[in-house]
Design a protein around this ligand. Sequence first.
Ligand code: NAP
Length: 512
Amino acid sequence: MIQHVRVLIVGSGFSGIGLGRALLASRFSDFLLFERAPEPGGVWQSNTYPGCRCDIPSHLYSFSFAPNPDWTSTYSPQPEIRDYLGRCLDRFRLRPHLRTGVEVQEARWDEQDQLWHVETSDGPWTAQVLVSAVGPLTEPKLPDVPGIDRFRGTIMHSARWDHAHELAGERVASIGTGASAVQYVPEIADRVGRLYVFQRTAPWITPHDKRAITEAERERFRARPGRQRAERAKAYAAKELLVLGLAKRPRLMRLIEGLARRHLAQQVADPALRRALTPDFTLGCKRIVPSNTWYPALQKENVELVPRALREVREHSVIDADGVEREVDTIIFGTGFHVTDIPFAEQVRGRHGELLSAVWAGSPRAYLGVSVPGFPNFFMFLGPNSGLGHSSMVYMIEAQAEHVKNAVRALDLSGATSIEVDRRTHDAYNADLDRKLAKSVWELGGCRSFYRDANGRNATIYPDWTFRYRRQAVRWKPGAYHLATGPVAGSPTGSPAPAPRPAASAESKDPS
Ligand code: NAP
């Protein structure tokens, strides 16, 4: 039996929860959140590696409408963020809308029905609106090197940590030096027998100002929420200032490079090691990673920095780019995610039956990172060029939730059956992005980063002030979208009449 829901949201992290809350706040309740994992929370549920925490200040990395006075640290550890999201689900009354353990396998827009046909592990569904809230840091990526399948020891990815596996005394290779590895390497260094840290590119490491939030401070936040809002505003302003260097005047990043160089000089005395740890690109071109424990960890007796790429894996060993072989029991891949080649794009077919990934042809683009011409009634969270490296993604997510809610409302109020972004608006928006990207550190900084797509374009980062993005996303511009009733002319069905909708709906629409 085909089941139906008006709005089907895939994912239950910050994005899914943010949209669910926005829809309920506008008295729209006919939606479901499908979560493939057994528990909600998205990346904050799946990333459990030792030392996992947010490197954006806690007061900023949370919903503006749901401040949490109970954070125990100025940079929240993963379990607290996961629990916070659980509390948000309760507080916003989203639990009845949540279906965990349900994986979306394929989605196809049916022009005749004016509906999305969605194959899931729970059987077939239809939906009027499909929302991808799966996020860009969802699908773990292993490096493209031969032999990984042949390895006889244990393999894990930072986002799929095997806590049952005891690392004590083992010979371990850790691959990668991004934000994840910089957090877990210092946590495991004392536990393992020998640790080889493979570094293909040295990251910029800045001093970390993390500290505990005292009970007295938390009490004050509870008693006077305005204080916490002020902390949030301060953190936002400090982060936003970085946009000046990142997106407008990359040369300004040298000021922070000085800070990072001093940090390196203070923590690493050996000149050869210091050289190996000195980045060769402008700070900000890749994510800036704060840590006070990374350099000390690399200098422990049992730790060896291998300043080369992993080239090959054999049954019991890893081979570096120079051909040196090291025997290991476990390999930990801190090698990131499929970001610009996100697998969800391989599962969604638009008006003409084409896959989203085929339309993008290696270079994802969208209007506001949210909508794509040819994909009616489909919206994404943190899609192309709506990510941030310097500040809170939750800020962008809130803006996108407002935008998608407004689109759903426009559809609902008009009685139309489809809403689709105007191609010219989409193209003009992307031309503007390209102009801004050309001047940015991500373009001029001389690095290779996961922000770039298969064609070398930065398809990940929003290259401007985030408040500008917010204003654009939140203010509804009716001309940016086309509303239509029934199949549009020139679409593949040939029939103008919309088919009747399936009668059964998972949730009934709020009558008001
Ligand atoms: P990442 O930044 O993509 O880093 C992947 C690392 O793997 C890079 O250092 C890369 O080297 C390396 N690598 C890939 N193939 C390799 C090979 N064959 N040999 C050696 N090294 C190889 O991944 P991540 O650390 O998981 O971070 C991803 C994103 O997650 C972050 O940028 C951030 O947005 C998010 N994150 C956030 C937090 C937080 O606190 N909020 C914490 C963790 C992660 P190259 O640099 O040479 O490419």
